[in-house]
Design a protein. Structure first.
Lengths: 157, 157, 157, 157, 157
């Protein structure tokens, strides 16, 4: 049975894990979920590695990024760690990051957290169980949590 | 038989994989192509590693980069992952990135996606099957998708 | 018996290790603490690796970041190192960084050093001994050393 | 017999490899040169790794960096890759990078390409065959391709 | 017998190695010093790895950073390499970097080179032979080459 790891943070202002679990369960199928909470986004890579060591086949790494320049450097460091663990393991860590300034107010931000996490949970499910569904979306301008940008075509006369 | 991996994204607004496969097929020769789709550019390194684990000799990593500062940090993180996987494997991952702001409108952007991907598909083919063709272009100012910059010469009196 | 490593610096203007040890001891339980001091934040990763080689199960990396642009690049380099060691070891290094400009004066800065270090010492303890306490704080907007930001909720009509 | 690898790019507007080979041959001595061409600077690390796998003792990585911000990010990613391969192999990759904006016009830029590459080819030769010559230049403010900055001395009264 | 490696550069305008060796010898004790010179700061990581492969227990990496933006990116790449080698080896590389713009003129810059290098040579010695001396300086705001910032205390009423 496949195992999906979820690592989330206490820094985040939204329970992203609940959205991820709910969306994954909606897809049906047989898989186990293991959740693990860390303080902030710079701890996600270690958390993902711990979940892989416990048998995860893919990890969803859920986090929030603040609006200050220092937060952007933290996000870069966090992403660096997520790249390291993925290349070392040969398995996906889908990073789901919501930046504080992406939405105008608390209500809109909460909605963005929920939608983006759910859409990436679907990506995680498809990577493991329906890669052909993932490929069907290739080049279509998907924007998780926002309206999709849509595909471009070359006009041949 | 050589194997060429192609990893592309659902974030991209253009089906870069179709351009790559078409251009590779035009070159003739015997090789297999395996395609794998991931959500965005930060997932390309894991996708490339998965394709190497399935036997790829070289991977084309195809992606689109947005116009926001956060997108540029994502591109840096993605590139970092692609460096990691290449050094670990000792094989090429040719990153083909198109930045949203490189073209003035949708039609021009689509053309750029197509041309750049095709020119890098040719690079991939040459690295595997015609390294002498690659060397013949050394120092000639190639600009994939744009007009080449051309070579400079030292003027000796 | 679990072992907690503490690596701190001579660059820092506050004895962060004393706050961490005091807070850890308050939690009770059986664990050993090993402390190791390095010059600055770019030496924390090597110090953490040395502590892991001596048997640590988790490391608290305590440092101060100056206010100049060069200091921010140092912090990024230091964070890269901390990501590397965590992914290599599969264990947490909780980085506790205080930036010089985060507080208005010396007294306020000292208080911030103390509070942030204590709150992360608690995170370290919980990761090792009470992961369910860590999970209980998931998505609640914890801000170590400052007032917490609190959780957001999606309003369902 | 020692082996020197040269990896160059088709992006570069100057045949840096020709300058490197000419300068290396002028030094005399017994060594083999192997050249390998890649598309751009982000492909240099994979190229260097391939040359090490074929037996190189040191690699000269020759490239050109454009003037746009995206080019600077590419250079940073390329440099990360070159650091990775050097630390993994325990051998030098001398990166020779010429930035488009370092010279006022095409003629001057061509001269800079030639001079810098030749001076770094000499560094490569010295690292392998005359380390004492390298040490003799320590602290002397060498500026490959430009006038040297020269040494500073502490004035003791 | 412990072995201290010193890697320095021909780019630097000051013979940092001489200051380091002089200061280390002043401490007395039994240890061997091995020196190795590379072109610039991006070559320090490979130099440090070579010294570790020859038996060094700790490496002092001595370099100068120019004042241009490109120099700052080079410093970041160099630091990244130094993090890599430290985590891989589990040993310290003390990076001693002097930035060109840190001092007002040549005389002052030379003094800064000398003082900072000597203070970090002492750190190196203490890490290997007197870790308790290193710990005694923890949290005291050491600023190698400049006046120390000094410690902060929490005021308890």
């Amino acid at each position: 049975m496949k195992r999906i790891g979820i690592v989330d943070t206490s820094f985040s202002r939204f329970d992203m894990s609940a959205s991820a679990v709910d969306e994954l369960r909606k897809q049906g199928g047989r898989f186990a979920i293991e959740r693990y909470t860390v303080p902030g986004i710079k701890d996600l890579a270690a958390g993902a590695k711990i979940l892989f060591d416990r048998g995860a086949d893919l990890v969803l790494a859920l986090g929030m990024v603040g609006r200050q320049p220092v937060d952007k450097d933290c996000a870069l460091a966090a992403d660096f760690g997520l790249q390291l663990v993925q290349v070392q393991e040969g398995k996906h860590v889908l990073g789901v990051m919501v930046h504080e300034e992406e939405a105008a107010g608390d209500a809109e931000l909460a909605e963005l957290f929920d939608r983006r996490t759910r859409e990436h949970a679907l990506n995680a499910y498809d990577l493991l169980f329906r890669p052909e569904a993932m490929t069907a979306r290739a080049g279509t301008g998907q924007r998780e949590g926002f309206v999709d940008a849509g595909p471009l075509k070359v006009r041949r006369p």
